[in-house]
Design a protein around this ligand. Structure first.
Ligand code: UD1
Ligand code: UDP
Length: 383
C-alpha cells in the first residue's frame, strides 16, 4: 500500500486534480490518499471542493488579500513541510504551474519524496509569459520524478530538457475528465440570472481575465475592446465572471461596470461556468484551462495573450491568439459575431487535450512506478 499526497491550492489545479483524486481513491488496495489544500485561493478553491465533494485532510488556509509571490512561497513551504514530515507519503502529486505546484514539488524534494507532475511540459520558452507560471512549471520539472504531459508536444519539450523518456507518460489533460463530469445539457444554473440570460434568444459572449503579465495597460485595453463590442452589439449578452484578485477587479469594474448588456458577476462555481461555456457563442479569455475546455465544447476562443503553451487547439483552428491590442480584439470578435462562415470554421468541436481517461492513465502510470501492475500504459493520442 503506497501513500500518495495530493497537493493543490487554486481553482485550476484543484479542478484538474479532482478526477485523479477520485480515481486514486477507487484503488484502495494499492493506495491511501492524503489531500492537502494550501488554500492559496480560498473562496475559489472552496467552490471547486464543493462541486467534487472533496474534503481536504489538511487545509493550510494560507490565503491573504493581495498576497505577494514571496509571502505565498514562504508560507506554503513552511506549512507543507510540517505535513510532509508527519505523513511521510511515498509520492507527492502536484499539478500545473501555480506557486502551490512549484513549492509543493520543492517541499517534497527537500524531504526526498518522489514527485509526480500532472500537466507537465507546457512551455512558451519566455520566462515572462506567462508570469510567473513559465518558471513555476520549469522548476517543477526539475524536481519531478514522474511527468504526466497532456500531449505529445509537451512530452517532446520535456525530452528536449533531457528528462528521461521512461519517466514521461502522455496522459491527456484531466481537465477533460472534469468537463465530462460537469457538462449536462439540462443544467439548471445555481445563479438565477444565468437561467434568465441563457433563455433569451440573444448571443452570449463569455469573458474571463486574470493573468499577471496582462495587469495594467494591456488588461485595460482588453476591457476597452469589450466595452466597444458591447456597444456595437447591444442585442448580445456579455457575461464576465470577474476573478477575485483585487488587482483585476480594480481594472475591470471602472471600465465595464456601467454597460447595460455587460453582466459583471462573481466567479462561478465550476458547474455553472462550464455549462455557461457550452451555451456561449464566443469566449474571450486569458485563462489556460478555458483554452483547453473550449475546443472540446466546440466554442470559438479568442485568447488575450501573445504566446501560448497550448498550441494544439490553435493548430486545430478552434483557438486564436489575439493579443492585448484593443483594435485586434475588437476586430477579431466582431468578425466572428457577424461572419457566419468565419464562425463555422472556428466552431468545430475537437479534442486535442483529452478523451476523459486522463485520471485512469495517470493512476496506471503511478501503479507501474511502484511495480503494482504490469498492465501496459497506452499514451493519449487525439482522436
Ligand atoms: C493564481 C495563480 C495562477 C493561476 C490563477 C488561477 C500563482 C502565482 N498564480 O493567480 O497561475 O492561473 O491563480 O485563478 O500561483 N483571491 C481571493 N479569493 C480567492 C482567490 C484569490 O480573494 O479565492 C484574491 C486574494 O486577494 C489573493 C489574490 O486574489 O491575494 C491573488 O491570488 P493568487 O493565488 O496569489 O494569484 P492569482 O492571480 O489568483
Ligand atoms: N472557471 C470556473 N469559474 C469561473 C471561471 C473559470 O470554475 O468563473 C474554471 C474554468 O472552467 C477552468 C478553470 O476555472 O477549468 C480555469 O481557471 P483560471 O482561469 O482561474 O486559471 P488558469 O487555467 O488560467 O490557470
Amino acid at each position: 500500500m503506497k501513500k500518495i499526497a495530493v497537493i493543490f491550492g487554486t481553482r485550476p489545479d484543484t479542478i484538474k486534480l479532482a478526477p485523479i483524486i477520485l480515481e486514486l481513491k477507487k484503488h484502495q488496495k494499492d493506495f491511501s490518499v492524503v489531500t492537502i489544500a494550501t488554500a492559496q485561493h480560498r473562496q475559489m478553491l472552496d467552490q471547486v471542493l464543493d462541486v467534487f465533494k472533496i474534503v481536504p485532510d489538511y487545509d493550510l488556509n494560507i490565503m491573504q488579500a493581495k498576497q505577494t509571490l514571496a509571502s505565498l512561497t514562504q508560507k506554503i513551504i513552511t506549512a507543507l513541510d510540517e505535513v510532509l514530515e508527519k505523513e511521510k507519503p511515498d509520492m507527492v502529486l502536484v499539478q500545473g504551474d501555480t506557486t502551490t505546484t512549484f513549492v509543493g514539488g520543492l517541499a517534497a524534494f527537500y524531504r526526498n519524496i518522489p514527485v509526480g507532475h500532472v500537466e507537465a511540459g507546457l512551455r512558451t520558452h519566455d520566462k515572462s509569459n506567462p508570469f510567473p507560471e513559465e518558471i513555476n512549471r520549469r522548476l517543477t520539472s526539475c524536481v519531478a520524478d514522474i511527468h504526466f504531459p497532456p500531449t505529445a508536444t509537451a512530452a517532446k519539450a520535456l525530452q528536449k530538457e533531457n528528462i528521461a523518456k521512461g519517466s514521461i507518460f502522455v496522459t491527456g489533460n484531466s481537465v477533460i475528465d472534469a468537463l465530462q463530469i460537469a457538462v449536462n445539457q439540462n443544467h439548471l444554473f445555481s445563479l438565477p440570472i444565468l437561467n434568465v440570460l441563457t433563455a433569451q434568444k440573444r448571443k452570449i459572449v463569455l469573458l474571463t481575465m486574470h493573468r499577471r503579465e496582462n495587469w495594467g495597460a494591456p488588461m485595460k485595453g482588453a476591457c476597452e475592446a469589450v466595452k466597444d463590442l458591447a456597444k456595437k452589439f447591444p442585442d448580445m449578452n456579455f457575461i464576465f465572471p470577474v476573478h477575485l484578485n483585487p488587482v483585476v477587479r480594480e481594472i475591470v469594474y471602472p471600465i465595464l461596470g456601467k454597460s447595460a448588456n455587460i453582466s459583471l458577476i462573481e466567479p462561478l462555481d465550476y458547474l455553472d461556468f462550464v455549462n455557461l461555456m457550452a451555451k456561449s457563442d464566443l469566449i474571450i479569455t486569458d485563462s489556460g484551462g478555458v483554452q483547453e475546455e473550449g475546443p472540446s465544447l466546440g466554442r470559438p476562443i479568442l485568447v488575450l495573450r501573445n504566446v501560448t503553451e497550448r498550441p494544439e487547439a490553435v493548430q486545430y483552428g478552434t483557438v486564436k491568439l489575439v493579443g492585448l491590442e484593443k483594435k485586434n480584439i475588437f476586430s477579431a470578435a466582431a468578425k466572428l459575431l457577424t461572419d457566419k462562415k468565419a464562425y463555422r470554421t472556428m466552431a468545430a468541436a475537437t479534442n486535442p487535450y483529452g478523451d476523459g481517461t486522463t485520471a485512469k492513465r495517470t493512476v496506471l502510470a503511478i501503479q507501474r512506478y511502484f511495480g503494482l501492475t504490469k498492465k501496459k500504459f497506452i499514451p493519449f493520442t487525439p482522436r
